[in-house]
Design a protein around this ligand. Sequence first.
Ligand code: ADP
Ligand code: AMP
Length: 217
Amino acid sequence: MRVVLLGAPGAGKGTQCKRIVEKYGVQHLSSGDILRRERAERTELGAKAQSYMDSGGLVPDELIVKMMAGAIAKAPKEGYVLDGFPRTVNQAQELDESLASDGKGIDAVVSLEVDEQIIMERMTGRRSCPKCGAVYHVKNLKPKVEGKCDNDGAELIQRPDDKPEVVKKRLETYYEQTEPVVAYYKRNGCVLELDAGNGVDEVGAKLFEMLDALAGK
Ligand code: ADP
Ligand code: AMP
């Protein structure tokens, strides 16, 4: 199964991807997670991405497309779910072209639809584990012990780009550059729109219904 999960930052893509991975055995390919790993490992790509990420802008297409093509090429036979990529129409076109040449196109594009007010609340309340990348929320998805990761006990942090001043810029970037990707996929095929404003389990159940239908289950 090869799926693209679209949605604004904070819509819940990463949270639902974890569930998709558990249920369908596909790989979660999050461009944001890969970039944060590159930064933590102080690679050349990580250094190049830093200023764009911290200011709430997008990392240049050519860097991202190469990075994600490499990740897709290594994905298992069960497939993958893309999270945070493609984020521009140009990235979507490049992805389509490279998949078409391999004869392994995307099976479904799911768009998580969430109101801006909820997005702001989800993004600013997000807390992340710097060690394993697990994601929590100060109100909606609390860890068992306040401020500590359930998996490894590490101190949870607020991502620097989840601070209110950067969140505003990231949303502007989203509306300008990423929302047109939904229209692109609508023109080129079928986009499954999912009302993702409800709780994690409710959204997950609806998402599984969609993906089960796709997998013929
Ligand atoms: P994205 O990957 O789209 O940026 P995340 O999956 O990291 O978004 O979710 C953003 C924040 O919102 C996280 O703190 C997460 O715990 C919380 N969250 C995700 N989905 C829901 C939901 N359906 N209801 C309430 N909170 C949610
Ligand atoms: P995310 O974790 O998906 O919210 O991404 C965090 C940041 O990484 C974004 O604000 C961008 O600066 C950068 N980024 C992630 N994915 C992409 C992409 N596909 N294209 C460009 N920049 C990206």
